[in-house]
Design a protein around this ligand. Structure first.
Ligand code: SAM
Length: 207
């Protein structure tokens, strides 16, 4: 986690434009009359700004202090209002049950081991209203299971620790599509597809 904090401390806003499919998600949310949204692992806030500008009540949490500080500034500069918190996703979320109409999480939940990821998914479900929407993206693995990868330490099945590079020391779990259906069994998964950044995007609704 320190590495993301360090990345934001050094580079500031790493991502500035919203995910390319977010416009479709906003349209879907408006059709459903959704009001309150959680951006889980909001980073420096590109989606906080995007959703707040569309009139949604927006909440964000992230473990990186630098990210939340930058996001707070960015939100204020735009005369917007968001509820932001420094919090780790493997700890109970600081919200009541059935609080949100939607939870979005872009390139975040894979930064843990399987046990913690399952906990995070249970928390996403808990804080969502019945039939609430999820839009979540995770990376696909570039590693083949047959070879040894000198730059990655294998921690458990599908979970690796990069030993060099900007994400050194930051856990990565690479989901298989089957695993996604299994881990998200409490959700009605509408589609899983490769987005334009070659991440797996998951769209679903709480059962
Ligand atoms: C690739 S960045 C994506 C940021 C943001 N979702 C976006 O799309 O701009 C990953 C984010 O996950 C956050 N993160 C990583 N591990 C976390 C954890 N255990 N709890 C909460 N946030 C975490 C990082 O601080 C970072 O902001």
């Amino acid at each position: 986690m320190d590495s993301w904090n360090a990345i934001f401390g050094e580079k500031g806003k790493v991502f500035t434009k919203p995910h390319r499919d977010m416009e479709d998600i906003v349209n879907l949310l408006k059709e459903r009359n959704a009001k309150r949204i959680l951006d889980l692992g909001c980073g420096t806030g590109r989606h906080l700004i995007y959703f707040a500008n569309q009139g949604f009540e927006v909440y964000g949490l992230d473990a990186a202090i630098n990210a939340i500080e930058i996001a707070r500034k960015w939100v204020a500069e735009n005369n917007l209002n968001c509820n932001l918190m420094i919090h780790r996703m493997e700890e109970k979320f600081p919200y009541e049950d059935s609080f949100f109409d939607a939870v979005i999480s872009i390139q975040v939940i894979h930064h843990n081991k399987i046990k913690e990821i399952k906990f995070t998914i249970r928390e996403i479900k808990r804080v969502l209203k019945p039939n609430g929407l999820i839009f979540i993206t995770v990376p696909i693995s570039k590693l083949s299971s047959k070879n040894n990868h000198p730059n990655f330490e294998k921690i458990e099945k599908g979970t690796y620790l990069p030993l060099s590079g900007p994400e050194k020391g930051l856990l990565h779990h690479f989901f298989t599509e089957r695993e996604i259906y299994k881990f998200f069994k409490g959700f009605d998964i509408k589609k899983i597809y490769l987005d334009r950044t070659k991440h797996r995007a998951i769209l679903g609704f709480k059962k």
